[in-house]
Design a protein. Structure first.
Ligand SMILES: Cc1cc2nc3c(=O)[nH]c(=O)nc-3n(C[C@H](O)[C@H](O)[C@H](O)COP(=O)(O)O)c2cc1C
Length: 388
């Protein structure tokens, strides 16, 4: 069993020889340092959301309305955070959510590779976005023994979709996450006010420009004429899928198929009936719809409707305590978004490993102190609803 909480002793013992941590120890610190490290346009893109960003704040605030009740005389000396899903055993329920501009978040411009390397070092799986600076094959080559997942933005060109999925299978990804809430970009005033959209500037399109189907449609090379690729990409990027498309999506691969962006129990039931292998409950971090629903508030009904299918959760997770609360509300795995890309920004692989280890340590130590030694012990009864 991994001793995630042991990270604190490493830090305290380093202190005995005068060494204090290179990186901040809290989300607020990672965020502030990341803002200083990033260009204003990348910062605006990663930190902003849809509309007046109410949903983005609601995602975070929802965690404050749930409190874990401490239990005593449990002797939670050993904790087991391991989970099994999709035929895999993972050391912890933590995952890295798909983020389409990782490549731009590190100083060397290869944040996708850095994330894959951090996955290898920590055992925390990366869900690699379709939008990346380095092609998926190069990203997957850095995973070491940690399984990775490929997130598909389904293009309108079905042959291209099939090609991307086949490449992911061949590259060794262990599952396909299809994101359903982003066939069109949400209204994002922060980015609109500076006309800032990274992909239209030719960024993060490597999975397209390295694809044989995409290249056949755009004879001009990306290097000499990026505008032709960008124009074609903008035309095929988003497919407004309907339930009629689910059998086709399902047929693309024998890998586990997970659908991302589900918050309504009826959608979960239909997806389940349509043969998906996992449900990903998310409000895209409030970047897409500013409709006001916090993802955490949708989670219990999603879990009930999933009826035993694995549920991955994200949106608003900022700490190890948040991870524990999402597990108690029924998530099988909890993905983080902004915290890890801030880790990347402040220190590349090392900064990201620090963020992941910090979140795991906090979750593990909370389970120790409050007397919940295993994930099975974390049930809704472990929580009380409190004023936010
Ligand atoms: C800058 C940025 C880019 C993102 N790109 C993608 C993406 O390419 N694919 C996807 O499915 N979700 C994407 N997401 C959404 C994340 O997967 C996740 O749902 C979200 O970050 C969770 O919210 P949080 O970061 O506030 O916790 C992105 C999020 C951010 C912040």
């Amino acid at each position: 069993m991994a001793d995630f909480g042991g990270y604190q002793y490493e830090i305290y013992f380093d202190g005995l020889r005068g060494v204090v941590p290179r990186f901040p120890m809290s989300y607020e610190g990672w965020e502030a340092r990341a803002q200083a490290a990033m260009s204003p346009s990348v910062w605006s893109y990663v930190s902003g959301g849809a509309g007046d960003e109410h949903t983005q704040r609601a995602n975070v605030a929802a965690f404050l309305r749930h409190a874990l009740i401490p239990r005593m005389f449990v002797g939670a000396d050993q904790r087991d955070l391991s989970v099994s899903m999709f035929g895999l055993t993972l050391p912890s329920p933590l995952m890295m959510a798909p983020v389409g501009v990782l490549g731009l978040c590190t100083q060397d411009g290869h944040g996708d590779l850095a994330t894959a390397r951090a996955a290898a070092k920590t055992g925390v799986p990366m869900i690699a976005s379709t939008l990346s600076v380095d092609p998926m094959e190069e990203v997957a080559a850095e995973f070491g023994g940690t399984p990775g997942f490929f997130q598909l933005y389904t293009p309108t060109d079905r042959d291209l979709a099939a090609s991307l999925v086949q490449r992911a299978e061949k590259a060794g990804f262990k599952g396909i996450v299809v994101t359903l809430d982003t066939w069109v970009t949400g209204w994002r005033p922060r980015d609109l006010s500076t006309s800032n959209f990274p992909q239209l500037r030719g960024n993060c399109l490597a999975n397209y420009t390295s694809d044989p189907v995409f290249r056949a449609a755009v004879p001009q090379s990306f290097e000499t004429d990026p505008g032709a690729s960008v124009l074609h990409w903008a035309g095929i990027f988003g497919n407004p899928l309907t339930w009629d498309d689910l059998p086709w999506l399902r047929s693309l691969s024998t890998l586990p198929l997970i659908v991302k962006g589900l918050c309504h129990p009826e959608d979960v039931r239909r997806a389940r009936d349509g043969g998906v292998d996992g449900i990903y409950c998310s409000t895209h971090g409030g970047r897409q719809a500013n409709g006001g629903l916090a993802a955490l508030d949708a989670l219990p009904e999603v879990v009930a409707a999933a009826d035993g299918l694995p549920v991955i959760f994200d949106s608003g997770v900022r700490s190890g305590s948040d991870v524990v609360k999402a597990l108690a509300l029924g998530a099988d795995a909890v993905a983080i978004g902004r915290p890890y890309l801030y880790g990347l920004a402040i220190g590349g692989v090392d900064g990201l490993v620090h963020v992941l280890r910090s979140m795991l340590a906090e979750a593990d130590l909370l389970m120790a102190v409050d007397g919940y030694p295993t994930i099975a012990d974390l049930t809704p009864e472990a929580l009380r609803t409190v004023a936010g």
